[in-house]
Design a binder for this molecule. Structure first.
Ligand SMILES: Cc1cc2nc3c(=O)[nH]c(=O)nc-3n(C[C@H](O)[C@H](O)[C@H](O)COP(=O)(O)OP(=O)(O)OC[C@H]3O[C@@H](n4cnc5c(N)ncnc54)[C@H](O)[C@@H]3O)c2cc1C
Length: 318
């Protein structure tokens, strides 16, 4: 039986359940990934991290510099530009985050005319592909309210960003769209029979359960296509596992790595984006072989979830 203690400010509660499904996403909801931009603290305008975007933010007559070139920047900029046509003029700076292992100093943001701005330093499957439906990013670029700069931010002044090229970008608002802090299982402390369970010390089975962790599923998605397709696959497989458990009359199901198998640890997410590289060793362990690896393959995933074996490497505890 699992006991889930909630942290409510005045009335903490404990819930009892047989099975826990972590639908807690893949990033830290409390702490953002800190943008490593030198002297950012000197800026006297509004400094915003996209994860905690203030609903009452007043853009009127403000110039916004959006720092980042990932999915957040691509999502946020066209939206800002819609408002800009009515109220203000925006300047967006898309900086290219260096590839992992490149000689570039990762504490600087490589900010590099329109073609060269839109060619990223990363290869398509190094980072998640940014898809903007109906080309809305290009519509906003053509509107004249959005401008891209690709260069390195050298320093921040009270009201601007100084680029390595010597140019200054005046800014009333700086929005750092520089990534999220990756975290699985919502940062929840897990205790099994009184002992703390660490995700990064155990392997993931079939992209959804953890070795030695009974009756728990993590909803993990794909990084090379829509993340949420992985949630569909997890849901289907989970239902089959629960049916298997019922059929066997068991109380719990727990993934075990047999002693006869040697698993080599591999990186969980094969992406070179800043947030993934910074997550480092905090992520759950994955191995070099199925079913202890993330295959990032929707077709294989859905076929396995619907028709594959459900009992392998799973101990049923009666
Ligand atoms: C800018 C941006 C664009 C994206 N675009 C796409 C896209 O086009 N397609 C796509 O598939 N994916 C996209 N993603 C990824 C997207 O985040 C996920 O696909 C989707 O949100 C995952 O859903 P989820 O329910 O697993 O997790 P989330 O949406 O992250 O939901 C997790 C929930 O768990 C809660 N939670 C976390 N920790 C705790 C805790 N300790 N206690 C209680 N509650 C907790 C959170 O409050 C939240 O409500 C994008 C992400 C970003 C940032």
């Amino acid at each position: 039986m699992w006991y889930i203690d909630t942290l409510q400010k005045y009335k903490p509660k404990t819930f009892k359940t047989h099975f826990v499904v972590f639908g807690t996403g893949y990033y830290d909801y409390r702490e953002p990934l800190k943008a490593e931009i030198p002297e950012l603290g000197r800026f006297k305008g509004s400094l915003i991290h996209h994860q905690f975007w203030p609903e009452d933010l007043n853009y009127t007559s403000k110039t916004i510099v959006v720092i980042g070139s990932g999915e957040t920047a691509i999502t946020v900029i066209p939206k800002l530009a819609e408002v800009a046509t009515k109220f203000a003029r925006f300047l967006s700076l898309l900086s290219q985050v260096p590839r992992l292992g490149s000689a570039n100093d990762s504490s600087h943001h490589n900010v590099a005319t329109t073609r060269s701005h839109l060619i990223r330093s990363a290869q398509p499957w190094d980072q998640r592909l940014c898809i903007c439906p109906d080309g809305v990013l290009f519509t906003s670029l053509r509107s004249g309210n959005v401008e891209i700069k690709t260069n390195t931010s050298e320093s921040i002044t009270e009201s601007s960003i100084r680029l390595k090229s010597g140019d200054f970008l005046a800014a009333g608002i700086i929005a750092t769209a520089t990534g999220l802090k990756i975290q699985f299982a919502g940062g929840i402390r897990i205790l099994v029979d009184g002992r703390e369970f660490f995700l990064n010390e155990n392997f993931i089975l079939k992209e959804m359960m953890m070795q030695n962790l009974p009756n728990v599923t993590l909803v993990i998605g794909y990084t090379n296509i829509s993340w949420t397709l992985g949630a569909d696959v997890t849901g289907i497989l989970l239902c089959r596992i629960l049916k298997h458990l019922n059929k066997r009359g068991g109380a719990a199901v727990v993934p075990r790595v047999p002693k006869s198998i040697h698993l080599e640890k591999r990186r969980m997410l094969e992406l070179n984006s800043t947030c993934v590289s910074k997550a480092g060793n905090d992520l759950p362990k994955t191995a070099q072989r199925w079913p202890w690896q993330l295959r990032n393959n929707y077709l294989l995933g859905i076929i396995h979830a619907m028709y594959g074996r459900v009992d392998e490497f799973l101990d049923v505890i009666v």
